[in-house]
Write a new protein. Structure first.
Length: 320
């Protein structure tokens, strides 16, 4: 499919989707959905499979298409799983959460059933019913996140958000995040600074991984590392990425801080930056980079693990 619209009405009287079936399920050989729109009007109404999208097998391409959950009109209740999505390891195109702005229904959210990817933009429209739930999973996005509703994280330490685009990405909108991001990875290859533009305040509570590209803010939004009383352990890993903003540190309740420096190109040295909090003892400071690490501030650590490269210090930027 390269153009046009498919509208699915899963709660159409006697033709409602039975509990044993997903609303949109694919288990064939090849699905090429490179354009057009798929609108799932309502969530599943019968408890059982409960999936709105279920990719079980085959070769699938959704890049270039748009999937809409809701049509801004219908407001039927779903099961307790709402619009639940299993992409089977494939990336969807653009995703729009599109319930009526006046809806107060609590069963029309979109929820991940497994780790999933979005190659386009994730747009959460305004309104109480427009919510996106990670549900303990990881969302890998290559586009922008426009959150005018609610993006819900949870207490599952494995859940997180990955920015992996090849063009500049942004995260913004007038909506809210329910809590903090548990695990945040920046792996953007566009070469623009900032590679990921933070346009609304966010915080990360468990781990920050800087693989490629930069995280910055064109409107001075606040980025908080750590979240008091949420996680007692925080991991920072930096290889090819960096922070292009000064973060706020909320590490007062963090009893274990682990910092690791590696590199995509082991011949390149890494100069520590904003990711490394000043005057805060590091429990385990690990260097595994043949090009070495150059300190830009004094560092205190309990355990130093040096598997490759050197640490360059100075009178002002010492290691104790």
């Amino acid at each position: 499919m390269t153009d046009g619209n498919i509208n699915i009405y899963p709660q159409l009287g006697s033709k409602s989707v039975p509990a044993s079936n997903s609303i949109f399920q694919f288990s064939g050989k090849t699905l090429n959905f490179s354009g057009g729109k798929l609108t799932i009007i309502d969530p599943h109404s019968n408890s059982g499979t409960d999936l709105a999208i279920d990719i079980q097998s085959g070769t699938c391409n959704f890049i270039g298409s748009t999937v809409l959950f809701g049509n801004c009109i219908s407001d039927l209740d779903g099961t307790s799983n709402g619009f639940m999505v299993n992409t089977g390891g494939y990336f969807l195109g653009d995703v729009i959460i599109n319930n009526s702005i006046s809806s107060l229904k609590s069963t029309r959210f979109v929820k991940l059933a497994a780790n999933s990817g979005i190659a386009g933009n994730l747009i959460i429209n305004n309104g109480a019913a427009n919510q996106f739930l990670l549900n303990g999973n990881i969302l890998n996005t290559k586009g922008n996140i426009v959150n005018n509703g609610k993006f819900i994280f949870d207490s599952t330490i494995s859940s997180g958000l990955v920015f992996s685009g090849s063009n500049q990405q942004s995260i913004g909108g007038s909506g809210t995040f329910s809590t903090n991001i548990n695990n945040l990875t920046i792996n953007n290859s566009c070469g623009i600074n900032p590679s990921v533009d933070l346009q609304m305040p966010i915080s990360v509570s468990n781990s920050l991984t800087l693989t490629n590209g930069s995280l910055g803010s064109s409107n001075e939004s606040i980025f908080t590392i750590g979240k008091s009383a949420v996680s007692s352990t925080f991991n920072i890993e930096r290889s090819g990425g960096y922070l292009a903003l000064t973060p706020n540190y909320a590490l007062s309740d963090v009893s274990k801080l682990f910092v690791t420096y590696t590199a995509i190109n082991n011949l390149s040295s890494i100069i520590t930056g904003y990711e490394l909090p000043a005057s805060l003892p590091i429990n385990v400071f690990k260097i595994s980079n043949a090009g070495g690490v150059i300190l830009d501030k004094p560092v205190k650590c309990e355990t130093l693990t040096l598997t490759a490269g050197n640490i360059t210090t100075s009178d002002e930027n010492s290691l104790t």
